[in-house]
Design a protein around this ligand. Structure first.
Ligand code: MG
Length: 383
């Protein structure tokens, strides 16, 4: 089923404690809001709009670095203003399904999204929700129980919540000014629309208090598996006045010869990433026989491999590459290489290592016939 999606990430979330708003904090290494974005994109969202708060542009760009297929949109003062801004930014037709999701529910999985979409085949609208398991108590305002309301038939609403775009817009247009809805379903219910309940997941609980983060870290870690890949590449020196290594151009007495820009560092890292996800090697994805890749910047090879990881709901944890050559000297350029790789992969600098060594005059690198690069990459995937 085709669908569009809006992630509401404009909140301030004061209850989660001091520091930046909770949707931009890190959970198992990724921004809270990024988890949901990756799940919605992996589930096949045609368009994804993330509504952010005023002054959160830099945090958002950082959080979604290297993730293609989403747009940022400024939100409003209240949550409903942000949802409306997100809906207005969608290009989809009125009969398209749109899923609205809270950024503060990061443990969204493709399976949750599919379950909701399946229900929307038969129903105009639906939400993920959980039947209440705990007994309810009402207090007197001073911690003493005054009532035990029956819980039969009561559910906890979660997100995503799914609707037809036109119907949701119309329902919002009819919503009374001055009243703030707590979710989208109530807006459609009030407009007389039918909304079905679809079994949710305790893991979709909203991160509200500091202790919620500790629980989410445990769940996030348990639901992931680690893979490692290695890559090796060599290129011959030939006529020229510079080499490309790890995405950085270095002046040198020779160039590296190859079909593309011959960046052996990027090629080795690309193969390491492909190896970690069992996706063959760089030649399978970018055949050297294809004239399209003649002289190509190797950035795109690595970005392609990273996109394959992201498409599986995974992420690259770290990369480590060793360049083997007598010359050029790598050390003066090492920091620039790390920065370029970190930028390409959306990683922290600490997760990117570039090392260099010589073979003390031995072998083809020792004779300066060519340069060798060897890399490893660690990738984290949904278990
Ligand atoms: Mg190569």
């Amino acid at each position: 089923m085709q669908f569009s999606a809006v992630i509401v990430a404009a909140g301030v979330g004061a209850r989660a404690g001091p520091g930046e708003a909770k949707q931009w904090r890190r959970l198992a290494g990724r921004a809270v809001a990024r988890w949901s974005a990756e799940a919605l994109l992996a589930a096949g969202a045609d368009e994804l709009v993330v509504v952010i708060g005023e002054g959160q542009e830099d945090l958002a760009r950082d959080a979604f670095a290297g993730l293609a297929g989403l747009r940022l949109e400024p939100g409003g003062a209240a949550r409903s203003d942000s949802v409306k801004a997100g809906l207005a930014a969608l290009a989809a037709p009125d009969d398209r399904v749109v899923l609205i999701h809270d950024a503060a529910r990061p443990l969204l999985q493709v399976a949750h999204i599919r379950r909701l979409l399946d229900a929307l085949e038969a129903s105009p609208a639906g939400i993920l929700a959980l039947p209440l398991a705990d007994t309810l108590k009402r207090d007197d305002g001073a911690g003493r129980i005054v009532d035990t309301p029956p819980r039969a038939g009561l559910w906890r609403a979660q997100t995503p919540q799914g609707f037809r775009l036109g119907a949701l817009k119309a329902a919002y247009a009819a919503w009374p000014a001055g009243e703030e809805p707590t979710d989208e379903a109530i807006v459609v219910e009030r407009a007389g629309g039918e909304v079905v309940l679809v079994p949710g997941d305790p893991a979709l609980a909203k991160l509200t208090y500091p202790e919620d983060f500790a629980m989410a870290e445990l769940i996030a870690g348990a639901a992931r598996t680690l893979r490692i890949g290695q890559g090796l590449d060599a290129h011959r020196f030939g006529p020229g006045d510079s080499v490309w290594l790890c995405g950085v151009q270095i002046a040198h007495s020779h160039a590296l010869v190859g079909h593309s820009d011959a960046d052996a560092g990027l090629h080795a890292i690309t193969d390491a990433v492909l190896g970690a996800i069992g996706e063959g090697d760089i030649g399978d994805h970018f055949p050297p026989t294809d004239p399209k890749w003649r002289g190509a910047s190797s950035d795109q090879f690595l970005l392609h491999a990273a996109a394959l990881v992201a498409a599986r709901g995974g992420r690259i944890v770290n990369v480590d590459v060793t360049l083997v050559c007598e010359r050029p000297k790598i050390k003066p350029h090492r920091q620039a290489m790390r920065e370029r790789l970190a930028e390409l992969l959306g990683l922290d600098l600490a997760a990117v290592s570039v090392k260099a060594t010589t073979m003390e005059g031995m072998g083809f690198t020792g004779r300066e016939e060519g340069l060798l690069a060897q890399a490893v990459a660690m990738v984290e995937l949904p278990a």
